[in-house]
Structures are given as structure tokens and as C-alpha cells.
Design a protein around this ligand. Structure first.
Ligand code: FES
Length: 299
């Protein structure tokens, strides 16, 4: 297999693009893919202050690296969830810190156990709730808080094409209209003065992000979160990979087609709440928002 551009030995085949590339041209192609998504969906500009939600995994570290190399002003946020199995949280924090030092960028660190006296799994157990749902509410709260307090213009996450296509499949199967309305690569600020949310690696696959990290020598956490094992989400990914193998490009056509027609689902979406949580003052449908209720916070 030869690189389509220079005819040197290719290191990756990209059948969905009818392409094979050598290391140098693949590196360049990744930067272009991210830049294309940023431009096409008008995510942000070189003047924007960007907060990268970093997990220590390949996707978020690849994203931070690519944005930095493209000349964007991107800082990181790592949220330590207190997951002790396999030393998951500490190791991913360490890798995130090492990477921030390597690129010379600021990393904000939030430690849930230090703030609330309890880890995410312990909180989930005490509330008889799923760990992933407690994790989601808590991460969302701290991402928004950090962005608001740091005057960031946009929060970016490392979601890749495989993530988005799998989420889309799951949401379509069960016709989850509220989620289907929110799967766009870019969500503008909900109200004036707030930050936007964007997924600049939406045109890149999991495999491409992995190869990018290997080529750049980026050390990332290779373990999966112990609570994600057996998740339904992984089944959707698996099914889509099988389809992709027989029909290269199907995954991208599936997701980008949905993005084109997303307004169909938005028509059914609910408005933003006009009331605020009486404890933390963030927009909320109830007197107390889901985060403050979860962590039993008082005024
Ligand atoms: Fe949230 Fe695993 S990362 S539960």
C-alpha cells in the first residue's frame, strides 16, 4: 500500500476516502480534517478562548494537540472522578498533566472527592443511581462552571465520528427526540454571554485519532473507564463497524446526513428554562438543579 500523495510506504488505509497515506501526509490530513470541521460548522475563530475537556484518553489529547498546532488558544480541563479501579482516575490525571506540560498550556483540574468528600462511584452507590449518570451530571456542571468563571467562548470535546454515529443509532432506535435534537457538532451559546459547545474531531474516526497519537508520541490512557464495560453504546459501535467494513463511508454518510436534517428533530425540542437553581444560580427547570440535588447542596 502506497501513499496516494508521495508514493512512499503508506501507514494507514482510509477506504472511506479511497485513500492511503504515509506518516507525514496522514499527520497533515488530520490537521486539515479538524480545520474543515471547525470552518464548516463555524465552531470558533483564532480569537476564541477555548476550553478542552480532557479525559487523558486518545481523543481529547489528540484534539488538544491538533488545536494547539493549528494556532488556537486552547486550555484544558481535567475532572478527577475518584475512580480507583485500575488506578483509572489518578493515571488519567497524570497523563493529562504530563501532556499539558509538554505543550505548555494551562490545565484546570477539578477533584470531585476533594470537593464533595465522595467519589463518583461512591455517590452513585449511595444514591442508588447509575455511575455514568452521576458522572454525566457532575462533569457537565464543572465544565460549565469552569467555562463561565474563566470567560471561555467555547467548550470542546474529543467526540469522534464513531461516538456520534453510535449515539445517533441508539437514539434513533428508541426515537429519543430530545437527544436527537442535540447531536450537532456545534451548539451555539444558549444565551448571551454564555459559551458554545463544539466537537472539532467529528470528521475523524477513533482509529485515526489513535494513529495520530502514536505518530505524535502522545501518551494516553489505554484502559477504558471500568464503568463503561458492556455499555449498550459499545454494541452500537460494533454494529456500525460491521456495516462500515462492507460499505466504507456509511458511518460518515449516516452522521452527516443526520446533521443536515437535524432541524426536523429540533422542532420537537423543549425551550431553555427561564428559572434558575436557587442554590447555584444556573438555569434549571426545578427550584434546585440536578447537580445540587445530587450532591445534597444547600444555600
Ligand atoms: Fe464517567 Fe466512566 S467516565 S463513569
Amino acid at each position: 500500500m502506497k501513499c496516494r500523495i508521495c508514493r512512499e510506504k503508506a501507514i494507514i488505509g482510509l477506504p472511506q476516502h479511497n485513500l492511503a497515506l504515509c506518516a507525514d501526509h496522514f499527520d497533515n490530513w488530520m490537521l486539515k480534517r479538524a480545520a474543515k470541521a471547525i470552518d464548516e460548522f463555524k465552531m470558533f475563530t483564532k480569537d476564541s478562548k477555548i476550553l478542552v475537556a480532557v479525559s487523558g484518553g486518545k481523543d481529547s489529547l489528540a484534539l488538544w494537540d491538533i488545536l494547539t498546532r493549528l494556532g488556537y488558544n486552547a486550555h484544558g480541563l481535567y475532572i478527577n472522578l475518584g475512580i480507583e479501579e485500575n488506578d483509572y482516575s489518578n493515571e488519567s490525571e497524570e497523563l493529562s498533566r504530563t501532556f499539558a506540560n509538554r505543550i505548555g498550556k494551562k490545565l484546570y483540574v477539578v477533584n470531585v472527592k476533594e470537593i464533595h468528600g465522595m467519589s463518583i462511584p461512591d455517590k452513585a452507590y449511595s444514591k442508588k443511581r447509575k455511575t455514568c449518570s452521576v458522572c454525566g451530571v457532575t462533569k457537565r456542571y464543572y465544565m460549565n462552571k469552569t467555562a463561565r468563571e474563566g470567560n471561555f467562548d467555547v467548550i470542546v470535546t474529543g467526540h469522534n465520528l464513531d461516538d456520534q454515529a453510535a449515539a445517533l443509532l441508539g437514539n434513533l432506535l428508541y426515537w429519543k427526540f430530545d437527544y436527537l435534537a442535540k447531536g450537532a457538532p456545534y451548539s451555539p451559546p444558549l444565551w448571551k454571554g454564555e459559551f458554545a459547545k463544539a466537537k472539532p474531531l467529528i470528521l475523524c474516526t477513533e482509529k485515526e485519532n489513535t494513529v495520530y497519537c502514536l505518530l505524535q508520541g502522545i501518551d494516553y490512557i489505554q484502559k477504558e473507564c471500568p464503568y463503561s464495560e458492556g455499555a449498550t453504546f459499545l454494541r452500537w459501535k460494533h454494529i456500525l463497524n460491521e456495516i462500515e467494513e462492507n460499505s466504507p463511508g456509511a458511518k460518515q454518510a449516516f452522521y452527516l446526513g443526520y446533521v443536515k436534517y437535524i432541524d426536523i428533530f429540533k422542532a420537537r425540542n423543549i425551550d431553555m428554562p427561564d428559572s434558575r437553581c436557587e442554590i447555584c444560580d444556573t438555569p434549571s427547570w426545578n427550584e434546585v438543579c440536578s447537580f445540587c440535588a445530587l450532591w445534597d447542596l444547600n444555600k
